[in-house]
Design a protein around this ligand. Structure first.
Ligand code: SAJ
Length: 405
């Protein structure tokens, strides 16, 4: 039996996927409300294919509880925030979960950490727990997740995976557990390499996006169309530049690279600069909007609305979202102007001035900043009538009053 600890964005789909492929699974989370929702037959976030997977897993017998189980394999997928001041990983949730596992795990059980962790986290924070508890019988494994929100269910099955273990035999055993549903290639390596590859993958993407964002700024000064430049440069067989945008959000790309900067502050300079470049984008967009307001004689910021609150299109996750970053910049440096905000994917109130329908949003607006290219609006500028559009995602097409980055 597998006990998946932490039923968030990664733990839940992983637990459901295993259960749907013949593995006996119990899902555990310390959040009673979340467990109650799952036990009432409802998923806790929106994701393509998740509801179907949930019913298959329920039929296959998955159960949810707040209790840790006695079983042969544990998969820990709890969050790993980072300390915003020193930029280092905060392993406290992982440590707490692993400690509780050690209290209940039978002799010889396997403890798999799926949470994203910086290189050496297992050695520094988890291995000592085994020593303290006299539980060297427990096999430690790191199996970092790689699935992308918006396409998680597909990627769980089709992505390649990495399994890091002290012992190749343990690694292969855990690889065959994941192979119950994973059709990709599974590389078995040591734990530190597995930790590093995960952080490196997200850092690669952060650096590439930062490059695109810097190009956007350069092209604007130089009077060039950055999207056309990138489109054509990418025709080169060895060039693949990502897209510039209003900033980088989510719980991974703007967070994980900081683990390297935090641990290697003297060396990881290039990565730090990339993160700072990405972080500068929300305010850059805001300045762009203020310039356009000036140009069009709009003096009242209540006539400007922000469309999109999530960190990217067609997901309901607002963590570290560029819109939230932009609102923070607005409050801190630019005198808390109160723009109306709407996101069809966010039903609860996350920020003041949030409205819950497109009609209510558009009423009285002369300008809209399209921070997220949800399918609802992508390629449909007519939905905004003849309002001036600030379009940092390049999703509105060309238009007389459409301002790109
Ligand atoms: N973004 C851009 N330009 C782009 C692509 C993305 O500005 O060309 C922005 C997005 O709008 C968003 C942010 O970057 O704000 C991050 O979005 P994303 O779609 O690039 O990535 P995530 O955070 O949803 O998922 C990433 C993935 N990592 C990689 O592709 C290397 C996913 O595979 C990981 O599993 C996930 O991080 C994770 O959990 O670590």
């Amino acid at each position: 039996m597998v006990n998946v600890i932490g039923l968030g964005y990664i733990g839940l789909p992983t637990a459901l996927m295993m259960a749907s492929h013949g593995v006996e699974v119990v899902g555990t989370d310390y959040d009673e409300e979340l467990v109650a929702t799952l036990n009432a037959g409802k998923t806790t976030f929106k994701e393509e294919g998740l509801d179907e997977l949930f019913s298959t897993a329920l039929n296959a017998g998955i159960t949810f509880t707040t209790e840790y189980q006695s079983c042969d394999t544990y998969i820990v997928s709890v969050p790993t925030p980072y300390d915003k001041l020193d930029k280092k990983i905060d392993p406290s949730y992982v440590v707490a979960a692993c400690k509780t596992v050690l209290d209940v795990a039978p002799q010889g059980a396997t403890l798999v950490v799926e949470s994203t962790i910086s290189p050496n986290t297992i050695d520094r924070f988890v291995r000592p727990l085994l020593e303290e508890a006299g539980r060297q019988d427990i096999a430690l494994v790191h199996a970092p997740e790689r699935i992308i929100p918006g396409n998680m269910v597909y990627e769980l099955v089709h992505n390649n995976r990495t399994i890091g273990a002290d012992d190749v035999e343990v690694g292969e055993r855990v690889a065959s557990l994941y192979a119950s549903f994973c059709e990709g290639e599974i590389s078995v390596t040591d734990i530190r390499t597995a930790e590093m590859t995960k952080v490196v993958e997200n850092t690669f993407r952060a650096v590439n996006i930062a490059f695109a964002n810097e190009l956007a700024k350069v092209c604007r000064i130089g009077g060039m169309d950055v999207y056309e430049v990138i489109r054509i440069a990418n025709k080169h067989p060895r060039v693949n530049i990502l897209q510039p945008g209003p900033g980088v959000g989510g719980h991974c790309i703007p967070v994980d690279p900081w683990f390297l900067v935090g641990d290697y502050p003297e060396t990881a300079n290039f990565i730090r600069l990339a993160l700072q470049t990405n972080f500068s984008m929300p305010e850059y967009v805001l300045q762009r909007a203020y310039e356009a307001m000036k140009e069009h004689g709009i003096t009242d910021s209540s006539k400007v609305g922000i469309y999109g609150l999530t960190y990217k299109e067609d997901v309901d996750d607002v963590r570290e979202s560029p819109t939230l970053q932009m609102l923070e910049a607005q409050a801190e440096h630019l005198g808390g102007a109160q723009m109306k905000i709407y996101d069809p994917w966010v039903e609860t109130d996350v920020v003041p001035n949030q409205v819950h329908s497109m009609d209510e949003f558009l009423e009285g607006l002369e300008m809209v900043i399209v921070m997220v290219g949800h399918s609802q609006v992508k390629g449909k500028p007519e939905l905004f009538g003849n309002r001036i559009l600030i379009d940092p995602r390049n999703v509105m097409g060309k238009g007389k009053f459409v301002y790109k980055l």
